[in-house]
Design a protein around this ligand. Sequence first.
Ligand code: NDP
Length: 464
Amino acid sequence: MSPAKKSPKKAPAERTLVILGASGDLTSRLLLPGLATLLKNEPERRVRVIGAAMEPYTAAQWKKRVRDSLTTAKVDKDVTDTILAATSYRRTDVLDRAALVDLLEDLPADSVLYFALPPQVSMQACEILATLELPAGLKLALEKPFGFDKASARTFNRLLEKIVPEQQTYRIDHFLGKSAVLNLLGLRFGNRIFEPIWNNVNISHVDIVSDETLALEGRAGYYDTAGALKDMIQSHLLLIMAMVAMEEMADVNEVELRDLMAHVLRATRLMGSPKQASRRARYTEGKVGRRRIPSYVDEHGVDKDRRTETLAEITVEIKNSRWAGVPFRLRSGKALGSARRGIYLHFKPVAHNLEGLANKATPNCLKLGMSPETIELGITTNGAGDMFELEDTLLSAEIGDSHVRPYGEILAGILDGNPLLSVRGDIAEECWRIVEPVLKAWAKDDVPLQTYPAGSDGPRGWAT
Ligand code: NDP
């Protein structure tokens, strides 16, 4: 399923995308390449990109930055030329009221203001926006992290309500633009064989994992104040869990999808106390492949007294009749020995094992892999050449990946005024509500901060 692939019948009107913070990493590494994949897939789309940041770029310097970003992302020449022909730069301090007024007064109706800014700066810029007259239909796209805890997310939501209606606010979580996550809906609801067994009668536990081999990679400025729980679990993994566990939609639209996701999240609690339901760890010196990785605390820009975790795990339960009693384990970490990204549904064993066979059936496991996007189903069959022995067989397939990168999918939704793949305000607050007891327990050191050598599978005793 890919909303961006539904090409509109007539050419859509030109839209203006203003990127605030256009000299930053997100813009060059993810936003512009994402936009390029969208324009390649939908050449009839017309998007004017206005970059805005503090840097005093000339027009030529800005175009060079855009070209460099697209070249690094291996974008075709024709798409690169299209973007370059329709982009300009405005030096803007977004905390300067007069500069913001200047920027906004030239914008046509239905423009998008994309906040690719440090989160504090986004909030401050929004406080100014709340006092200004805005172009009709202006849409706001806000990057993660959305707030720092439940209270700040709520305060930010109240502020945004003063600027534009919720329908025009797009809280970004690019995991919702990933094909594996979108295809989850097709797999569950488009196949007779899965939906009837998608419940606590048949499923024993669910793992949602995003482990990477990458270490800090120079991102201490952001990561050291966030950590694995806030960076990955509070947003991305809880949203994926909501899609795994939600009820069926009557129709694929933003009201249905987001209502059903919110419904699951509202029913979600830690499974036990924070001490029982969470674990955290931090990497020490080690080797990932051939790369020597310093201990996290020795990385440039890290404050060891913050005790930031680089591996986190929480176990939650969804308190409804479909899922009660099923642990959902969400885990994410850096500098691990192997990258593992996927949703694992572990089924219960069969009620009765056939007698007269040499061994028992292995419980089924359905794995939906993210990068690479795969589906794997572990089943039990009779052993080759020996019908009295059972053996494990893996059925596997690659899922057709979208030509449009996740950021392209997300941008398509914003430009078309469809918030299907963006995070609604109440959902952002629910995600913070779920992790808040863990954050409090960790701040009080109630849960030990363990260690693991970079390149390992995590601390000893953690099942993977
Ligand atoms: P960077 O620090 O690389 O860039 C921040 C940008 O904000 C710079 O262009 C900077 O401009 C600009 N800026 C800061 N203050 C002002 C101001 N007062 N007026 C105008 N521009 C200002 O950050 P990233 O690009 O990495 O991240 C941006 C957002 O995206 C953050 O919220 C981050 O959490 C989120 N994000 C980032 C990801 C990534 O991989 N980078 C992934 C997912 C989310 P100048 O340099 O001119 O001062």
